[in-house]
Design a protein around this ligand. Structure first.
Ligand SMILES: [Zn+2]
Length: 303
C-alpha cells in the first residue's frame, strides 16, 4: 500500500510539474526566487468555512488551507483533466483537479507550490490595487490629466457642455443631471470619454499632416483606437491608429507616437534604419519611449 501511495504521489508531482509548464499559465520556475516570499500583508478575510465536500463534487467549491500564518482561499473545480491545474485569476487561486485526486493530495500539492502561489497572488493583488487607484474619481475637485497638465474637474448643472478653463486649470463639466448621482454616473463618464476622444482626434489630426510632411510620407487616414496596451499602429496600406488616451499625456509624447507610426510608412519594422527614420523628425525618441513606458505603468485614468 505504502509503495503504491508513493508512486501515486510521484505521478501527481510529475503531472503538477508538467502543468506548471502547460497551457494554463506561463511560469519560468528558474526565475522564481529561492527564498520563501513573505506572506501577503492582508490576506482576504475568509468568507465562510466550507465543510469538507465529497471528492466528486462537480461545481466549484470555495476552500481554505492554512499556509504558515496565511489563510489561503481557493476555488476547487473538478474536471476531466488528468493533472492538477493552478491558475491565479482576478478572484484569487483557482485549482482544477481530476475527480480521483483527494483533498489531502490537493493540499499537499498546494503546500509544495506555496512559494509560487503566494508570489503570484501578491503580484495579482498589487496589479488590482494599481488599477483601482487609477480609476478616475468622478467628483467635484477630482484631478484629471490633460496634455500632461493636471486639471481640476468642476461639475455644474446646465446644458451638456464640457470646456477647459486654462486660467483656473479647471475642466468644467456641465451636465443636465447630477454627476454624483450613481444613476447618472455612467452617463457622465460616457460624455466625458466622448469629449476626450473628440479632443484627441482634433489634436492628432492637426499634428499628423505636419509631421508627415516633415518626414515626407503620406498615410491613408487616421483612426482613434482604445487598445489596452498599444499607443499606436500602422497598417501596410497606411491606416494609422492612435490611442485616444494619449490625450492625457504631454503633447511631446503624442508627437513621438505619431512620428513612430509615420516612420513605419518607410520602415515596417523596428530596425536601426527605422529608429534613424524616427530620429529625423523626433531626435529625442529614446527619452520619449521611457516616459511612455512609465505612463503605462503608473496607469492612465480609467473611465
Ligand atoms: Zn512600431
Amino acid at each position: 500500500m505504502a509503495s503504491s501511495k508513493s508512486s501515486f504521489l510521484q505521478n501527481l508531482q510529475r503531472a503538477l510539474q508538467l502543468d506548471l509548464f502547460g497551457d494554463l499559465f506561463a511560469v519560468d520556475r528558474a526565475t522564481a526566487p529561492a527564498s520563501s516570499p513573505s506572506a501577503p500583508s492582508s490576506p482576504r478575510a475568509p468568507r465562510h468555512h466550507p465543510s469538507p465536500t465529497p471528492d466528486n463534487e462537480a461545481s466549484a467549491k470555495l476552500r481554505q488551507i492554512l499556509l504558515g500564518d496565511v489563510v489561503l482561499e481557493y476555488t476547487l473545480r473538478r474536471s476531466k483533466r488528468r493533472s492538477i491545474g493552478f491558475l491565479i485569476g482576478d478572484d484569487g487561486l483557482r485549482i482544477t483537479a481530476p475527480r480521483w485526486v483527494t483533498i489531502a493530495d490537493i493540499e499537499q500539492a498546494i503546500i509544495e507550490k506555496q512559494e509560487w502561489i503566494l508570489k503570484h497572488l501578491r503580484a495579482k493583488r498589487e496589479q488590482q490595487n494599481q488599477k483601482q487607484a487609477a480609476q478616475l474619481r468622478f467628483e467635484d475637485g477630482a484631478s484629471i490629466a490633460l496634455l500632461g497638465d493636471a486639471f481640476t474637474m468642476r461639475f455644474e448643472l446646465g446644458r451638456s457642455k464640457i470646456s477647459v478653463d486654462h486660467n483656473s486649470q479647471e475642466l468644467v463639466i456641465q451636465l443636465p443631471v447630477e454627476a454624483k448621482d450613481p444613476l447618472h454616473e455612467n452617463m457622465c463618464r460616457t460624455r466625458l470619454k466622448a469629449w476626450l476622444q473628440q479632443q484627441a482626434k482634433l489634436i492628432f489630426s492637426q499634428r499628423m499632416p505636419e509631421l508627415a510632411q516633415e518626414l515626407g510620407v503620406d498615410y491613408k487616414h487616421m483612426q482613434l483606437s482604445s487598445a489596452g496596451t498599444r499607443w499606436g499602429s500602422c497598417t501596410s496600406n497606411g491606416v494609422i491608429r492612435l490611442n485616444w488616451r494619449l490625450i492625457h499625456l504631454d503633447p511631446d509624447l503624442i508627437d513621438y507616437v505619431i512620428a513612430h507610426e509615420l516612420a513605419h510608412r518607410i520602415e515596417m519594422n523596428h530596425s536601426p534604419a527605422f529608429w534613424a527614420t524616427v530620429g529625423r523628425i523626433y531626435p529625442q525618441y529614446d527619452t520619449a519611449r521611457k516616459r511612455l513606458k512609465e505612463a503605462a505603468v503608473t496607469g492612465l485614468p480609467q473611465l
